[in-house]
Each structure stands twice: as structure tokens, then as C-alpha cells.
Ligand binder design. Structure first.
Ligand SMILES: [Cu+2]
Length: 163
């Protein structure tokens, strides 16, 4: 009897640690109210003075929420929206908040919404995750590990990030 109990306890512990591992590996936050999918920061070289952050927010509630601020220790962070005008000129503007309607998702991606990181404290390095706090009006602060990923030449050429 005693022995069986011990075995069960061990399998529960193994199960918990496996779950913890898979969560951190996936770089994904899945809460009851919200999911943050594939948070990543692409890097091209080690001399970058600015960087961008991409991810997807899935609002699982019926209620609208708003992303009202982004904070980090490694850089100054703000939300930007990239646009291309009728002459094909790319520009971006600062946005104070991003509305996430209930039961829908908002994608931060290249050429659209993104987090702009400036005044980097130290160079970003591949596999060195960076913590970013997303501040929601209703849900409050959610700390997310952004995966720093080296990107291909192709993506670099498409990256028209003019400041
Ligand atoms: Cu920007």
C-alpha cells in the first residue's frame, strides 16, 4: 500500500515537470482568458540598435480588452503600426492602445502591428529569451518570454523598417 502511493507520487511529479518543460519550450502562454502565441524577436546581426517583437493575442472571453502598454528591462518599448502609403513608402506610427475584441485574435507581425524596442541595454543574442510585460486594461500585467530568433536573409530584405 505504502509502495503504491510512492509510485503514484513519482508519476505525478514527472508529469508536472514535463508540463513545465513543454510550456517553456513552446514560448506560449495559455491562460483561461487569453493566449499569447509565438512571441518572438527576430535578429539579423549583433549590432542592431533597435528590434521588433511579434506575437499573437487570442482573447478567449466575450469581453473586449485592450493592450495599453508594453514594458521591458532590456530596452525602451512601445507599440507601433507599420503602414505603406499609395506611393509604396513605408512608415510607422506610435499607437497608445490596441483593442482586442472578445473571442478574436490580434496579430503583431511584420508590416503591421509590432512592439518597437529601442535603446537596447545590450545586444540581443539568439536563444537568450527576453521578458516583456504586456499590460492589459482588464487582465492586468502578463509577463511573456520572447524568443530571440536569428532570421534568414530573405526576411531581412523584406524588413522595411525605417525610422
Ligand atoms: Cu516600429
Amino acid at each position: 500500500m505504502k509502495r503504491k502511493l510512492k509510485c503514484n507520487l513519482i508519476s505525478v511529479l514527472v508529469c508536472i515537470s514535463l508540463q513545465m518543460f513543454s510550456t517553456s519550450y513552446a514560448h506560449e502562454i495559455d491562460l483561461k482568458e487569453i493566449s499569447i502565441k509565438h512571441p518572438m524577436i527576430p535578429i539579423f546581426n549583433s549590432k542592431m540598435k533597435t528590434a521588433t517583437g511579434y506575437f499573437t493575442i487570442v482573447n478567449k472571453r466575450n469581453k473586449t480588452d485592450e493592450l495599453i502598454m508594453v514594458k521591458t528591462d532590456f530596452a525602451k518599448a512601445m507599440m507601433h503600426l507599420s503602414k505603406i502609403d499609395e506611393n509604396g513608402i513605408a512608415s510607422m506610427e506610435h499607437v497608445n492602445k490596441v483593442i482586442i475584441p472578445g473571442n478574436s485574435s490580434v496579430v503583431f507581425e511584420q508590416g503591421s502591428l509590432h512592439i518597437m524596442f529601442t535603446q537596447l541595454r545590450e545586444p540581443l543574442e539568439e536563444y537568450m529569451d527576453q521578458k516583456v510585460t504586456l499590460v492589459f486594461k482588464n487582465l492586468g500585467d502578463i509577463v511573456v518570454d520572447f524568443q530571440v530568433e536569428k532570421v534568414t536573409q530573405e526576411m531581412k530584405m523584406n524588413n522595411n523598417h525605417n525610422h
